[in-house]
Write a protein that binds this ligand. Structure first.
Ligand SMILES: [Mn+2]
Length: 351
């Protein structure tokens, strides 16, 4: 039985609201789901698992129609899905009794349900969220279906407010695969036949690194699966070193070159380190506007004229601190430590 496992697609979300790429990001979430459908057709995938939060909130009727249309393109694959905390099935939800095309199965009860695919000898178990918080460890009650059939569990949660999960306990239940959702970072646990596939696309600046889906197979030999990167882009964090000689123009060129090297499409969190000229600060806001930068954090330190400082502060703790440091040669590391110290002392002194 060949499967693909996705979760946390968060359709309907508008990531990075207010940034120029925001609307494109919202579209990209749909595009990548479309790519998954294509992959299912190409690789003749038997089951597509969606482990919750397909939508970012209560789906609009229009959105359900669009998703159903996408799934109707599946030539061979059946879809089994549950609702998560974001798209939990409320009283008035359009999820309820939506007329899905025949290859789509939503396990819509808030109690465990099982669906059996005879031709695949596979049973899939799961339940949907009907409220946005569930604090009970519901997966302790999960159980395998009939012996001799492949057993898959769809599960959403893993933190305090969203069904806390005891991984060893769940692993001991002996499912052939547990398709987990809710945590946006992929986490494969092959020894336990469990995996968080992570969000299909990164949804905000804290989703650093690659995103995609899990593709695998269950057969008589057991279960195998791998992570497949699929997201249109990633959020990456880059450390850039500056010196007192670095100008805004030079920094922009360096950033441009580095961002091109790591992928023009990606969105960057920039961390500046090194030292700057305290008399000629760089305008970081201006630099951020060059594009695809969501945040610049400045961890650089002012480059001090140690001799001048020593003279100025010869009667206070800063002077003593510098004296103590200068007794031994200034290696790069000691210089860094000296500057950190001066920085802290100057700040304490109210500068
Ligand atoms: Mn969730």
């Amino acid at each position: 039985m060949k499967f693909i496992h996705i979760a946390d697609v968060h359709l309907g979300m508008i990531p990075d609201a207010g940034y120029p790429w925001s609307n494109a990001r919202a579209e990209e979430m749909w595009k990548t789901l479309g790519k998954v459908v294509e992959r299912c057709n190409h690789d003749q995938i038997d089951l597509l698992f969606i482990a919750g939060d397909l939508f970012h909130r209560q789906p609009l009727k229009k959105e359900l129609k669009e998703v159903n249309y996408l799934f109707s393109m599946l030539e061979h694959t059946k879809v089994v899905m549950i609702a998560g905390n974001h798209d939990c099935i409320r009283e008035e939800s359009y999820y309820k009794n939506y007329p899905w095309s025949e290859q789509v199965i939503l396990l819509q009860s808030d109690k465990f349900e099982r669906v059996y695919f005879e031709e695949l000898d596979t049973e899939v178990t799961g339940f949907s969220y009907h409220q946005s918080e569930i604090r009970q460890e519901r997966y302790r009650e999960a159980s395998r279906g009939e012996k001799g059939r492949y057993q898959v569990l769809l599960a959403h949660g893993g933190d305090e407010k969203h069904v806390p999960i005891d991984v060893p306990d769940l692993a001991a239940k002996g499912f052939d695969y547990v398709a987990l959702g809710h945590i946006h970072k992929p986490n494969l646990m092959p020894e336990s036949n469990m995996a968080y596939c992570g969000s299909l696309e990164p949804t905000d600046r804290n989703d650093l690194g690659e995103r995609g889906y899990i593709q695998g197979e269950i057969n008589e030999q057991g279960t195998t699966f791998t992570f497949v990167p699929a997201a249109v882009r990633s959020y990456l964090s880059l450390r850039i070193t500056i010196t007192p000689d670095t100008t805004e123009g030079a920094l922009c060129d360096k950033l441009k070159e580095t961002m091109e090297h790591h992928g023009k499409q990606n969105i960057y969190k920039i961390i500046l380190e090194g030292s700057y000229d305290p008399e000629a600060r760089l305008d970081l806001e201006k630099i951020q506007e060059m594009g695809n930068i969501i945040q610049i954090s400045d961890e650089s330190n002012p480059e001090y004229d140690i001799e001048v400082l020593r003279q100025e502060h010869k009667d206070d703790v800063i002077g003593m601190y510098i004296e103590a440091f200068m007794k031994e040669p200034l290696t790069e590391d000691r210089k860094k430590a000296l500057y950190y110290g001066i920085n802290a002392l100057l700040r304490q002194g109210g500068r």
